[in-house]
Design a protein around this ligand. Structure first.
Ligand code: SF4
Length: 162
């Protein structure tokens, strides 16, 4: 994931404004697969004993707008900022490709005309993580609110997209 996202970050270096202190996409109420939450709990137990960021932004932000678990941040945080593409299977006209990018990074070549391989494709990695989670839990892939990792611990919830 990081290799592919890193290659795209190089490809889009001229448009990306993502840097330490920019937390525009670090919104509150993000959920991750339970297997991702396990990794955060295992790698960053000290952070989980700190106070969460107040509601209104991701609980893992610090006072300077930086991520306190950056090396262990979940999948969704590793691809935000890149031009994204996905297939909308629920469109009235039938399956159609959609694209999006952070408004701060919407400069240069319009994302609509980028080759498909220049965008991060939503779906395949999520599917692989969901399969890992299903294999781990033996049930339907569960998701966890990042904020719930602080204090009492994680609570499994039905799967839902960001
Ligand atoms: S986990 Fe880190 S990168 Fe992800 S939304 Fe929270 S603060 Fe931002």
């Amino acid at each position: 994931m990081d290799e592919r996202a890193g290659a795209l970050a190089v490809r889009h270096a001229g448009r990306l404004r993502c840097r330490r202190g920019c937390a525009a996409c670090c919104v509150d109420e993000l959920t991750v697969f339970a297997v991702e939450a396990l990794r955060i709990r295992a790698r960053a137990p000290d952070v989980l004993r700190e106070e969460p960021h107040p509601p209104g932004a991701c609980a893992f932000l610090d006072d300077a707008g930086a991520c306190r678990i950056h090396p262990y941040r979940p999948y969704v945080c590793r691809t935000q900022g890149l031009p994204l593409r996905w297939i909308d299977s629920d469109a009235p006209e039938g399956p159609v490709e959609r694209r999006d990018v952070c408004p701060l990074n919407d400069t240069g070549e319009p994302i609509e005309t980028l080759p498909a391989e220049a965008c991060w494709e939503l779906g395949p990695v999520e599917g692989r993580i969901a399969a890992l989670e299903a294999a781990r839990s033996g049930g339907a892939p569960a998701r966890v609110r990042l904020r719930e990792l602080f204090g009492a611990g994680a609570t499994a919830r039905p799967a839902r997209r960001r």
